[in-house]
Design a protein around this ligand. Structure first.
Ligand code: UT7
Length: 367
């Protein structure tokens, strides 16, 4: 049975920074309150022409470059997002087209902030089953578009960004070792974005009622989060008979510094074993774990061979943890330049659109 190794990683965040002081000009809050209650100092906000697929593609190209893998070699693309570009088509299909992944199947996975753990596990299991060899998993968000900038209970928290992993099959033991995926829909109303779905299709009323914005019972989510972070971590480790002392790093969903601090206490694992960057990006939902992982590699913390636990929670309610042995690129004889495929991808996409247009004209004439 092949192993599923994480061989590439990349991230992309918009340049534009929104500080706590900037938010204090919009709602009744302060830098001090936000820092004390959440640990967040600033977050990134996408420009008008940056979409969920834009950030996803940038992160994906970087991940493919690290893995030294051509987009044409990909078998599967999973995008997970709490702020997808459309209800459909899947953001994953937009990414597939833009990076030129001509052979890849593509779909979106919706599990809110736990999405990256779910998606990485799904990609890993597809590789472990032998049905595919190379997969790309992306968490990408433009949550600022769904943020109510008049609601101080939520607008202080969220940020935009994307992170991506490439997973590849190898006979060498390692990679994704274990995962736990859980859900409790009885808590569905704790954290929602209701507008535009089939229950609340867009009307003037849904707009006035703010149903197209994130709504949250912060305290309920906080309580749930602190509970499941430690239980999911322990369960994922127990499944492979590993104990916490063997873990080099814990990379948690970056929602609130205090939640991470509480998890550290419950697990009796010192905070310096946790990768934390919530101060600079806020809560980027599905993107927060891969962004933290990429920064940990860049800072020389997360190294090949390290044992790492990814753990997340969020709307659903859903939560999960995944244990992996961090790998690195599979040695290859020649260098691949995934960014160059974007030019061909653009040409190919244009050509296919033109062909589809001509096909439409011809079929109309036949009728
Ligand atoms: O990916 C998962 C996404 N969600 C989360 O992880 C959220 C988890 N929850 C949280 O992080 C916290 O519950 C929040 C940061 C959202 C709120 O912190 P809290 O310590 O639970 O505050 P609270 O809601 O209990 O509010 C305490 C007080 C209230 O005032 P009163 O009623 O005590 O007078 C709020 O009105 O703080 C007030 N408050 C604020 N004050 C200044 C709430 N938001 C703000 C604000 N600035 N932004």
């Amino acid at each position: 049975m092949p192993y599923a190794h994480i061989t590439g990683w990349g991230m992309s965040v918009p340049e534009s920074v929104l500080t706590n002081d900037d938010i204090a000009k919009m709602v009744d809050t302060s830098d001090e309150w936000i820092r004390e209650r959440t640990g967040i100092r600033e977050r990134r906000i996408a420009k008008e022409d940056q979409f969920t697929s834009t950030l996803a593609v940038e992160a994906a190209i970087k991940a493919l470059k690290v893995a030294n893998l051509a987009p044409t070699e990909l078998d599967l693309i999973i995008v997970t997002s709490s702020s997808p570009e459309y209800i459909f088509p899947a953001t994953a299909s937009l990414v597939q087209d833009q990076i030129g992944a001509t052979k890849a199947g593509a779909f979106d996975l919706s599990a809110a902030c736990s999405g990256f753990i779910y998606a990485t596990n799904m990609a890993a299991q597809s590789i472990r089953s032998g049905s595919i060899k190379n997969a790309l998993v992306i968490g990408s968000e433009t949550l600022s578009r769904f943020t109510n900038w008049k609601d101080r209970g939520t607008c202080i928290l969220f940020g935009d960004g994307a992170g991506a992993f490439v997973l590849q099959a190898s006979e060498k033991p390692g990679g994704v070792l274990s995962a736990v995926m859980r859900s409790d829909g009885s808590g569905a109303d704790s954290l929602t974005l209701q507008g535009g779905g089939s229950r609340h299709p867009a009307t003037e009323e849904t707009v006035h009622e703010g149903k197209h914005f994130v709504q949250m019972d912060g305290k309920a989510v906080f309580r749930f989060a602190t509970r499941v972070m430690s239980s999911a971590t322990r369960e994922a480790l127990e499944r492979i008979g590993m104990n916490l002392e063997e873990v080099d790093w814990i990379i948690p969903h970056q929602a609130n510094y205090r939640i991470i601090e509480t998890a550290s206490k419950y697990l009796k694992v010192p905070l310096d074993k946790f990768i934390i960057n919530v101060d600079r990006y806020g809560n980027t939902s599905t993107a927060s774990i891969p962004i933290a992982a990429v920064e940990a590699v860049e800072q020389g913390k997360l190294k090949s061979g390290n044992k790492v636990v990814f753990v997340g929670f969020g709307a659903g309610l859903a939560w999960g943890a995944l244990v992996a042995q961090w790998s690195g690129p599979i040695p290859a004889k020649k260098n691949v330049y995934p960014e160059q495929y974007r030019i061909f991808a653009r040409l190919r996409s244009l050509l296919r659109r033109v062909l589809r247009f001509i096909e439409g004209l011809l079929s109309r004439r036949e009728l």
